[in-house]
Design a protein around this ligand. Structure first.
Ligand code: NOJ
Length: 539
């Protein structure tokens, strides 16, 4: 796919998320690193991805594994050096793969020099770079809570005030209302743009700005709220209107460079869902380039459910906006574990992959998704995620979806010569890259074929989306661009199904789970076997 009329890499491409600790360990210390990623770039190029999003690699004391940055311009030694990072950018670009960095600017580490200064005294020039507040009769100033549990306010005895943290107390929130702070943050981003990074995944965007009157959140979320945090309506500590101002300014920073992109973590499932997520795209050209709608990820498995999510997401798009699609990330149980545990799991995964890679929008893959990695089993003793450590067994944390990439059936799944920082998932002997690479019937081959097809068919990369329902278990839609028309038919059920196609058009299979490419299909009814996915082109 060529970039034409502004239809650039982050619109037609596929973005692959790497959790660097778990991808490939080149120096044999049990933790994945940047040289390890460089070694695997050829694999990513072979798979056909267009960009890589790296979960945080900046200097960090690792209270939240990098989502607590203590130096935005440094690379944490566990991952390598700045020179390694430059080499990674260069080597990726040589293969036409873009690099997207995770930027965590809602908060820093409590060990970031800015916070060390800020907490040193009430009249320190950086005091207002974080959110400090007096208590109310010895209690926190309001009822705001930390997303990871407990109060969001931490008492600081030395200066006699509370500071605010949306996540861990080791992750104090920056005060992005403060002009000097905001400019300093923008400069940190420019540092990476100048180094050739192609974009950012912005962490925790909806948390950026808090109510300036510090009003308490109202209660009342309903009986099914899973965490105390969800018993509040987060109208004062999240999604404040001024967040859009920050994003508009950030957009201008990126627009000062050629062809850069920012995708925001807009985690608003219970705060308006698709509509709220899409609001962070602004007009489509003045805020985020891409936002995440997690409705698909949290959906039940089934054609009706998925169809509803897609339509709501597309309907919410501003006129100039562009959707993204995601089924997995480092914070949620893997889709294989959520939806594909039975004996037909492999087939169910193929239908899912076909949806993700043929519907309208930029697909995001999470490392290991392409080979069908499942969550690993983590015992109490093995937990590393602070959320799991704190809340076990109520919440066992996010380690199970962060286990090492399964490269082979060898020792440590070929991830490392040493014992990995998290145990390899038990499935690795059957589920690994080496076993699937030369098997044309493997899940990996299916992903690779879908990625290749997207590159060939402009209708899939950029075309319109028109649903064609006729059957509750089948998601069928047309994608059209110029004269090119593609018909995608996905049977999400374990039963035979039959679907009508438009008029008398004659189709041929471009790619299918059960039919070979080139197979002609006459208009009228198409009979589908259980879990059949087929992408059709017009003859
Ligand atoms: C969202 C990230 O995806 C998650 O991993 C992290 O713990 C929090 N933001 C805090 O930065």
């Amino acid at each position: 796919m060529n970039d034409k009329d502004g239809f650039t890499w982050w619109k037609h491409g596929v973005i692959y998320q790497i959790y660097p600790r778990s991808f490939y360990d080149a120096n044999g210390d049990g933790v994945g690193d940047l040289p390890g990623i460089i070694e695997k770039l050829d694999y990513l190029a072979w798979l056909g991805v267009d960009a890589v999003w790296l979960s945080p690699i900046n200097t960090s004391p690792m209270y939240d594994f990098g989502y607590d940055i203590s130096d935005y311009r440094g690379i944490d030694p566990v991952f390598g050096t700045l020179a390694d990072c430059d080499r990674l950018i260069g080597e990726a670009h040589r293969r036409n793969i873009r690099i997207v960095m995770d930027m965590v600017i809602n908060h820093t580490s409590h060990l970031h020099p800015w916070f060390v200064e800020s907490r040193s005294s009430r009249d320190n020039p950086k005091r207002d770079w974080y959110i400090w507040h007096d208590g109310k009769n010895g209690h926190p100033p309001n009822n705001w809570m930390a997303a990871f549990g407990g109060r969001a306010w931490e008492w600081d005895g030395a200066t006699g005030q509370f500071y605010f943290h949306s996540f861990l107390k080791e992750q104090p929130d920056l005060n992005l209302r403060n002009r000097a702070c905001r400019e300093a943050v923008f400069d940190e981003l420019r540092f990476w743009l100048d180094r050739g990074v192609d974009g950012f995944r912005l962490d925790a965007v909806t948390w950026y700005v808090k109510d300036d009157l510090f009003r308490s959140n109202p209660f009342g979320w309903g009986p099914n709220a899973p965490r105390p945090y969800d018993l509040q309506k987060h109208i004062y500590d999240q999604n404040r209107p001024e967040t859009h101002d920050v994003l508009r300014e950030l957009r201008k920073v990126l627009d000062g460079y050629e062809d850069r992109m920012m995708v925001g973590e807009t985690y608003v499932v219970s705060q308006g869902g698709a509509k709220t997520a899409a609001s962070y795209l602004g007009s489509g050209t003045d805020e985020l380039h891409l936002a995440f709608d997690f409705s698909l990820l949290f959906s039940k498995y089934g054609a009706r459910h998925f169809a509803g999510c897609l339509s709501r997401w597309y309907d919410a798009m501003p006129a100039a906006g562009w959707p993204s699609l995601v089924l997995n990330n480092h914070d949620q149980p893997r889709s294989m574990t959520r939806w594909c545990m039975g004996k037909d799991g492999g087939q169910r995964a193929r239908v899912l992959a076909a949806m993700l890679l043929t519907a309208r929008g930029t697909p995001f893959l999470y490392y290991g998704e392409e080979i069908g990695m499942k969550n690993g089993a983590i015992t109490r003793k093995q937990v590393r995620d602070p959320v799991g450590i704190k809340y076990w067994p109520l919440n066992k944390g996010r380690d199970p979806e962060r286990t090492p990439m399964q490269w082979s059936a060898g020792a440590n799944a070929g991830f490392s010569a040493a014992e990995p920082w998290l145990p390899v998932a038990g499935t690795f002997r059957d589920v690994n890259v080496a076993a699937q690479t030369d098997d044309p019937g493997s899940l990996l081959a299916w992903y690779r074929d879908l990625l290749a097809l997207r590159k060939k068919q402009a209708a899939l990369a950029r075309g319109s989306y028109r649903p064609a329902y006729s059957e509750p278990d089948v998601l069928a839609f047309y994608r059209e661009d110029g004269g090119e028309k593609v018909f995608v038919v996905l049977n999400f059920s374990g039963k035979q199904r039959s679907i009508g196609s438009e008029g008398t058009s004659r189709w041929q299979v471009l790619l299918g789970t059960h039919r070979a490419a080139g197979w002609p299909i006459d208009g009228g009814r198409i009979d589908l076997v259980p879990y059949e996915a087929v992408v059709l082109g017009r003859i």
